[in-house]
Design a protein around this ligand. Structure first.
Ligand code: FO1
Length: 350
């Protein structure tokens, strides 16, 4: 999917803080016991990817990992540059994320949002519809200030990861702005207006990634894909979380070249997304909302896919696509389950 446009017809080849980490968090990174760590590069969206990454970290150690993260969800609010997926991944890898929501920081307070909402009447609209916690705001303030002073998003992302003690390499997909735009019956809106503002409760007619045609992969992205022992396509929404990454020129081609070393994990279990609108969105855009539909989308990119036990019956269809199907429990209800899924995914890579 290197067209800057999400696929509309489906079935196409071209698809196309609190102080300190929680106990058990492997923030120090390092190799797993008993040998050299595998170098893993993950293509990541938001919450599902963050859980998967923490599972991978518990298997190979953070220092062996690179995550190439979607920035199509990024938005400017109150003049601040907010990068939801980068922050979700950073906070999860640091062991400081809000585990209930999956986004934002644990132990957050909301004083600024409450004070901001007091301006709603004079503004004539809701100002705090996208909730930025007091501590989380420090991340957006720092990022915005550094970008305004001329730093690249890659540099700032690296700084933020360092501040939170993350040792995995976190790369934005691009230093240029690529904006996921969603067409609804009422017209086109930005991704967060659809996702948070409208609670993703309205049908999607089309998705595009504005700016992708002229974007370049951020420094290190192509090398991380080329040099990885294993590339993992995380269980994120294929259209709006992984799609923008693939839309950055050169990234899809790099993954296709590493197809033999690439494994995907299905975000769809028994026809449903655990969180978010992926199942509905796939159907609305002409894809089959099932693990087999996801396998069909990823067949050009990945030699193997992990699907949940509930989808074991789809294995023959998936294998007929030329994709090795590994069946494993894939609901990441906690760190132990995430680690087991990571083991299955890393073991699935040919
Ligand atoms: N998601 C929500 O559903 N409501 C919010 O108010 C919200 C605020 C927010 C603030 C910072 C951040 O990094 C993420 C936030 N998210 C919120 C999550 C975000 O909209 C989505 O999870 C991703 O964009 C989809 O991957």
């Amino acid at each position: 999917m290197n067209t800057g446009q999400a696929p509309a017809g489906g079935r196409t080849q071209a698809v196309a803080a609190e102080a300190g980490p929680r106990p058990g968090h492997s923030g120090a990174g390092g190799s797993p016991a008993g040998g050299a760590a595998l170098a893993v590069t993950a293509i990541a969206g938001g919450v599902g990817a963050a859980r998967m990454l923490s599972g991978i970290a518990s298997v190979v150690g953070q220092r062996s990992m690179t995550a190439v993260v979607n920035t199509g969800d990024d938005t400017v609010l109150h003049g601040l540059h907010v990068c939801p997926d980068l922050d979700t991944v950073t906070y999860m890898m640091a062991g400081v994320s809000n585990l209930e929501t999956g986004w934002g920081l644990a132990g957050e307070t909301w004083g600024v949002m409450e004070a901001l909402a007091a301006f709603d009447a004079v503004a004539g609209r809701s100002l705090a519809w996208f909730r930025l916690g007091d501590k989380d705001l420090a991340t957006h303030l720092y990022r915005t200030g550094r970008l305004a002073a001329g730093a690249t998003l890659s540099q700032v992302t690296s700084d933020i990861a360092t501040r939170f003690g993350v040792e995995a390499r976190l790369l934005p997909m691009s230093d240029q702005r690529v904006e996921t735009r969603v067409t609804l019956a009422s017209g086109e809106v930005g991704f967060q207006e659809y996702f948070v503002g409208l609670g993703h409760a309205v049908p999607v007619k089309a998705v595009r990634f504005a700016g992708s045609e002229v974007a370049r992969p951020a420094p290190g992205v192509l090398q991380a894909i080329e040099r990885a022992d294993i590339v993992v396509i995380c269980p994120s929404n294929p259209v709006v979380s992984i799609g923008p990454v693939l839309a950055v020129p050169g990234v899809a081609e790099a993954i296709v070249r590493r197809r033999g070393a690439t494994v995907a994990v299905s975000p769809i279990i028994a026809g449903k997304a655990l969180k978010g609108p992926a199942d509905r969105m796939l159907a609305e855009l002409g894809y089959e909302p099932s693990a087999a539909g996801v396998a069909e989308m990823w067949a050009p990119y990945a030699a193997a896919i992990v699907v949940d036990n509930a989808d074991a019956g789809l294995a023959p269809r998936i294998e007929a696509l030329g994709v090795r199907c590994v069946v494993a429990p894939s609901v990441m209800s906690g760190p132990a389950e995430a680690a087991k899924l990571a083991e299955a995914a890393l073991g699935a890579a040919p």
